[in-house]
Design a protein around this ligand. Structure first.
Ligand code: GRF
Length: 195
């Protein structure tokens, strides 16, 4: 049974879907949810589902990423996860942290990578006049939003779409894609899942 730790920054809607998916004959179970903000609403939602939680306020470290990550590592290493899932986690991790979990850290990004790494993905897709948008689950490597792609879901851009409307439509796709990719990854299956 694979042990999964999930890192969040806010509401944790992706985290919830991942936690809820890990049941029955699923080859993984959630062991920890960590937030970089003690006020993250996802923490109470995770606790309500019986998952251990921790919070490390990144603002305490005033830009000293190494110090923040040293603190972040403590609850993570204590739970000895096999897999780490970044789910709406909004902090850039150092190469040292990422390398420690290389090959077993996943992230979901709200664009069809390699298009639109970074922020404001929906506004950029709309500005470019794209007819298709979507989301990507990839392995996390030191280069931001650039690791091997494990799954993608396509989402149509509709006439008159605002960034908010597109974001909401993509989020629904994220909630389908991430659990499906995690289950395959935890089972040791490889290859790109396309939804
Ligand atoms: C959303 O914008 C989602 O597209 C991205 O992270 C943000 C928050 O997600 N993955 P969540 O609700 O905290 O999972």
């Amino acid at each position: 049974m694979k042990r999964v730790a999930i890192l969040i920054s806010g509401g944790g809607s992706n985290m919830l879907k991942l936690v809820e998916s890990m049941a029955g004959d699923h080859p993984a179970r959630p062991v920890l949810v960590v937030a970089n903000d003690p006020a993250a609403a996802g923490l109470a939602r995770a606790a309500a589902l019986g998952v251990a939680t921790a919070a490390v306020d990144h603002r305490r470290f005033k830009g000293d990423r190494a110090a923040f990550e040293a603190e972040l590592l403590r609850p993570i290493l204590a739970m000895a996860p096999d897999i780490i899932c970044l789910a709406g986690f909004m902090r850039v991790l150092t190469p040292e942290f990422v390398t420690r979990f290389r090959g077993r850290m996943l992230n979901i990004h709200p664009s069809l990578l390699p298009k639109y790494p970074g922020l404001h993905t929906h506004a950029r897709a709309l500005a470019a006049g794209d007819s298709q948008a979507g989301c990507t689950v990839h392995e996390v490597t030191p280069e931001l939003d650039a690791g091997p792609i494990l799954g993608q879901a396509l989402v149509p851009v509709l006439p008159g779409d605002t960034a908010e409307a597109l974001a909401a439509r993509v989020l629904v796709a994220e909630h389908r894609l991430y659990p499906a990719v995690l289950r395959r990854f935890a089972a040791g299956e490889r290859g790109v899942l396309r939804l």
